[in-house]
Write a protein that binds this ligand. Structure first.
Ligand code: TYD
Length: 212
């Protein structure tokens, strides 16, 4: 479809997605690849505006389907405005979260149904699927502790969900990794960041080389 390579990074809160993206970016650039790093929800002004609504702590009245539709809307705009043009130019796009986040958080953890959420996202993305997904697996207690201790970002509406919700998120990722074993690679995020990055790089490098 495109000459670029679309790589998504997935996982629960505090699993180290941002750190991994930065490390992969550096290694890809060292190999001479053009790289675009981005995130969902957000990445461009319209999607950042939707992100503000969906993650604002005060928006406690948000209905689960509204939430799912807002994520899909932000995704659509980000995809056409940023991801697709970058892929068309041959870049490697490293995206922090994509459709799998919705399948897991809204479909599985919120209980709206993985297939139902898959449906609205097929509409939003017109079937655009990542070439590779790296999924960081970590017990939610450890991830939430990392966020609290590092103070690396503000606590958002989804962080405030109970531990049971975040456990379902982890379970959901494991479930979809089984569903799409060709595309999704699970990485043990409890390992030191450098080790996780080295494992991820081995997988990414193989994909980059097979493309050349
Ligand atoms: P963010 O601050 O980016 O958290 P993280 O650093 O863990 O990625 O917030 C994104 C939140 O939105 C996160 O709790 C996961 C949630 N989310 C969904 O529930 N569904 C989605 O489709 C996406 C993209 C994110």
């Amino acid at each position: 479809m495109s000459q670029g390579l679309f790589i998504t990074i997935e996982g629960g809160e505090g699993t180290g997605k941002t750190t991994l993206a930065a490390s992969l970016r550096e290694r890809l650039e060292a190999e001479g690849c053009a790289v675009v790093t981005t995130r969902e929800p957000g990445g461009i002004p319209i999607a950042e505006a939707i992100r503000d609504i969906v993650l604002r702590k005060e928006n406690t009245a948000m209905d689960a389907r509204t939430e799912a539709l807002l994520y899909a809307a932000a995704r659509r705009q980000h995809l056409v405005e940023k991801v697709m043009p970058a892929l068309a130019q041959g870049a490697v796009v490293l995206c922090d979260r994509f459709v799998d986040s919705s399948l897991v958080y809204q479909g599985y953890a919120r209980g709206l149904g993985i297939d139902e959420i898959g449906e609205i996202n097929r509409f939003a993305t017109e079937g655009c699927t990542p070439d590779l997904t790296l999924c960081l697996d970590l017990p939610p207690e450890a991830g939430l502790d990392r966020i609290r201790l590092s103070g690396s970002r503000e606590v958002n509406r989804l962080d405030l969900e109970g531990l049971a919700f975040h456990r379902r998120v982890r379970e959901g990722y494991r479930l979809i990794a089984k569903r799409y074993p060709q595309r999704i690679a699970m990485l043990d995020a409890a390992k030191p960041a450098a080790e996780v990055a080295a494992e991820a790089w081995a997988i990414v490098q193989a994909r980059v080389r097979s493309r050349k």
